[in-house]
Design a protein around this ligand. Sequence first.
Ligand code: ATP
Ligand code: MG
Ligand code: MG
Length: 383
Amino acid sequence: MWNSPKVGILGGGQLGRMLVESANRLNIQANVLDVDNSPAKQISAHDGHVTGSFKEPDAVRKLAETCDVITAEIEHVDTYALEEVASKVRVEPSWQAIRTIQNKFNQKEHLRKYGIPMAEHRELVNNTPEELAQIGEQLGYPMMLKSKTMAYDGRGNFRVNSKEDIPEALEALKDRPLYSEKWAYFKMELAVMVIKTKNDVLSYPTVETVQEDSICKLVYAPARNVPDSINQQAQALARKAVSAFEGKGAFGVEMFLLEDNSLMLCELASRIHNSGHWTIEGCALSQFDSHIRAILDLPIPPKSLELLQPSIMLNIIGGATPDSHLKATEAALSIPNAGIHLYSKGAAKPGRKMGHVTVTAATMHEAETMIQPLVDVVDTMRA
Ligand code: ATP
Ligand code: MG
Ligand code: MG
């Protein structure tokens, strides 16, 4: 039957949990590789899960034995183990795509060949102050020093404002492979979720993302005060970038909208993405539904990716106290049309994503008015 293939998921965090929610509704078994009782496993009672880490080759091999197609909720996985098991199970997206994308420098070098506009960047080979100073002269200040690997939520980025910051920057990112990027003077950050299927590259509408301390805080769908021409251009750029990689599934594409209304790629992720959570309430098919369908070659009517109603997503991030996320979401209980998602990660740590809330309304203005009290609560709870 169409829903008989078993899906293996590397990683059982919140993204894996929301994938399992989608799989569950179609009676598709999803086997999760992560520690016991991880958020995704908590909502999935069967004995097909694997205990271990997506960085352990043995655990990846074990997962491969239990399923027909493997996917990942995170790009920081062991792609050599994936390469090995790819002869026995389908890996979606491809291990090559994940391997290239997980190294942000390699990702950008690859995308450059496809003519994707990006901030100018330079690789560091020795990580010395002299080398970075020379790059600073080429790129100008400020510039963004970035770790090539293991980066998320801005952990891996350091803004270098002047030559004087160089020792501190290198200390903050020491022992990591580095590259540096020219500063992008953007007026807005945009994102597009792309779904790559057997024959097609589809996209959701362009959204506006707002980061605070380099962590995504709010997502507005559609992007506010952005003409449809830019919405379409951003979707086209995102589809073009994702087309440069092999494999099926959801890809999250982050972009900068510059002062002159041109677009530049910030980075892309080979997976479902925080900037696409709004699709759960905002579209007929969520990014998680579409990802499951794409990797199993099930139909995805393009109309199901259209925006149903303006939507705003607010991340609930661990604050000053272990229960601040619960206090924040309590306020959301009283907001009409608020979809509340808690990830069941236990006690909050500052900066940790604990949940999110999406408010939908007939107009963006109405959605903004409805979510504002919750934004106020979240702002008072910051660590
Ligand atoms: P994520 O959690 O999205 O994976 P990350 O740690 O990989 O984040 P980036 O997406 O590269 O980091 O950067 C995080 C944020 O830092 C961006 O959303 C943007 O606000 C800012 N930023 C990144 N690169 C630049 C740049 N070249 N110029 C200006 N700001 C930048
Ligand atoms: Mg990233
Ligand atoms: Mg990013």
